[in-house]
Write a protein that binds this ligand. Structure first.
Ligand code: AMP
Length: 555
């Protein structure tokens, strides 16, 4: 019998970021947004920020910004950047956050690919634009964000575009703005992939995806940010929308604490966290590695911090243990620019044995409610079982997962049945815990078998004298590829740790044929623009494996 379709009687409420703006205006006026600036701490409440956001939207309109136009930002984590996070999408335009650590040719490519119309730039970042003179013709206006006085410059004077000053620009506008009615399908923001492999590609978030992602981030079993939290995102506002945290904080009413241009300075982060009673931190593992060292050396502690969200690359076991030992609890999360970015979170499920807790927290966790996941064989495409053994490419689908890239690049990223191919290789156990084994591009193929560079790196980083280690596969005549370790000794052990020592240490930790052919000591592992190990660069500069140096099963 055919079932007659009956429509539900709920409102077609458009899911847009205007709702978050409404909440900060009506409910969270008193919550503070704090920024560390050169001259000291800057404070503003959400209540004081809302009229500025209205003025900013008015200014954008006056500059000729129309619905769908891209408005770029080249800025640190600070309160003006947050104002742009609201004003741009809520007036119908698209916020395009530029990665300030990119090489000029990447910035040029991205700005032109997105066809950005207006560019907001922090004064300290202005020099980054020098090499782009004459190369970014779509930018008609630049707006300088400065804490001092700045004279407007004409396009002729700076070679780029007419430059206005942020405070003067918004001061001339009304504190009321007639926010337009938006459709939830409209683009709200765009972010480019970090380009670790090939050219960066534009990921375009919609209002709807941002709204639902925000609700997802806030769930207790996801990141669980609340009104009582004070959030300090070390993760840049250009890295996958700062993991969605600015909107989550606005929705929840959390206090926001921004490190400005001091995000790489552990001392500044600790001082800011202490002074502002921060409870919630977020950033990539390399940030916490440096912070943990600083805390251990200084003897300082951050007892008010209840959660340190850590993602972007796998959390090494030693890092989680060190952080635990100084009272900072890492919450491990996995995701990517294309997944808005929240994909999975490593919360320990009810009923897990206490002795398994650390192991489970070190996995990439379980897929976030709202997202579906599967692993599939890279060659046959066949779906693989969740048995904790089989590994294949992670594919995901859901309301905050990309279905394509700006300008139609790389259409093959979507499977025929509509799942997004992440390029991450993982096992999933019967309880749903994901264990990322590698990127499809980094996994090492040796003698027809796979070696996980990530697992080998973690094993090396557990050595007490090693601070960080990256593993890449290099060509080998007999075995196709063999692993080579690039290791950085802890400062106190510099020059005092040998290749043989590292390999001996690994013997009872990995299969014999996983033992690296060489361990090369370097001063620092090169990092990508978002702080991950830059294996592309390591590979490009690597000298070949020493002729006849070793066999997999080193003696
Ligand atoms: P991005 O788009 O720059 O955020 O990079 C996304 C990629 O970072 C993912 O596809 C993974 O390869 C990697 N990644 C992110 N989080 C994790 C994690 N928790 N563990 C391992 N790899 C991760």
């Amino acid at each position: 019998m055919e079932v007659a379709a009956v429509e539900g009687l709920m409102q077609d409420y458009e899911l847009s970021l205007q709702h978050v703006l409404w909440r900060i205006e009506r409910l969270h006026q008193k919550r503070e947004v704090v920024t560390k600036r050169d001259e000291g701490i800057h404070r503003i409440t959400y209540g004081e920020m809302v009229p500025r956001i209205n003025r900013l939207a008015g200014a954008l309109k006056q500059l000729g910004v129309k619905p769908g136009d891209r408005v770029a930002t080249l800025a640190w984590n600070n309160s003006r950047h947050l104002e742009l996070y609201y004003a741009v999408p809520c007036m119908g335009a698209v916020l395009h956050t530029l990665n300030l650590r990119l090489f000029p040719q990447h910035l040029e490519f991205i700005i032109n690919d997105a066809e950005d119309k207006v560019l907001f730039v922090d004064q300290s970042l202005l020099p980054l634009l020098k090499p782009l003179v004459g190369k970014i013709p779509t930018i008609k206006t630049m707006v300088l964000m400065t804490d001092g006085a700045a004279a407007p410059l004409s396009g002729k004077e700076n070679g780029l575009a007419d430059m206005l000053e942020y405070e003067a620009l918004i001061a001339a506008q009304s504190t009321d703005y007639p926010w337009p009615k938006l459709s939830e399908r409209m683009a709200a923001a765009m972010c480019y992939t970090s380009g670790t492999t090939g050219n960066p590609k534009g990921v375009v978030y919609s209002h709807r995806s941002q709204f639902i992602h925000t609700m997802g981030v806030l769930q207790g079993d996801n990141l669980g940010l609340t009104e009582n939290d004070a959030l300090l995102p070390v993760v840049p506002m250009f890295h996958a929308n700062s993991w969605g945290l600015p909107y989550a904080a606005g929705m929840a009413g959390s206090k926001m604490v921004f490190p400005g241009r001091f995000s790489a300075d552990a001392k500044s982060i600790v001082e800011l966290a202490e002074q502002e009673n921060v409870t919630f931190l977020a950033g990539v593992p390399t940030v916490w590695l440096v912070l943990a060292n600083y805390l251990k050396e200084s003897g300082k502690r951050l007892p008010k911090v209840r959660t340190v969200v850590c993602g972007g690359s796998a959390v090494p076991r030693t890092l989680m243990e060190t952080m635990d030992s100084i009272g900072l609890r890492i919450l491990h999360a996995w995701g990517m620019t294309e997944t808005s970015p929240l994909g999975s979170v490593a919360r320990v499920a009810a009923g897990a044995k206490p002795e398994d807790e650390l192991k489970l927290r070190l996995t990439q966790g379980r897929v976030a409610p709202g997202v579906e996941i599967r692993i599939s064989d890279p060659t046959s495409g066949e779906e693989l079982p969740w048995d904790g053994v089989a590994f294949g490419e992670i594919q995901v689908r859901g309301p905050w997962i990309a279905r394509g890239y700006h300008n139609g690049y790389d259409p093959g990223k979507l499977t025929e049945d509509g799942w997004f191919r992440t390029g991450d290789v993982a096992r999933i156990d019967p309880d749903g815990y994901i264990q990322i084994v590698d990127r499809t591009k980094d996994v090492i193929k040796s003698g027809g078998e796979w070696i996980s560079s990530v697992e080998l790196e973690n094993a090396v980083m557990a050595h007490p004298k090693i601070m960080e280690a990256a593993v890449i596969g290099l060509p080998h005549v007999k075995w196709d590829e063999r692993p080579v370790v690039y290791a950085v000794a802890k400062p106190e052990f510099k020059g005092q740790v040998t290749e043989a020592e590292v390999i001996d240490f690994l013997r009872d930790k990995v299969a014999k044929w996983w033992l690296p052919d060489e361990v090369r000591f370097i001063d620092e592992v090169p990092k990508t623009s978002v702080g991950k190990f830059d294996k592309k660069l390591l590979r490009a500069n690597a000298v070949p494996i020493k002729e006849g140096a070793t066999e997999p099963a080193r003696k």
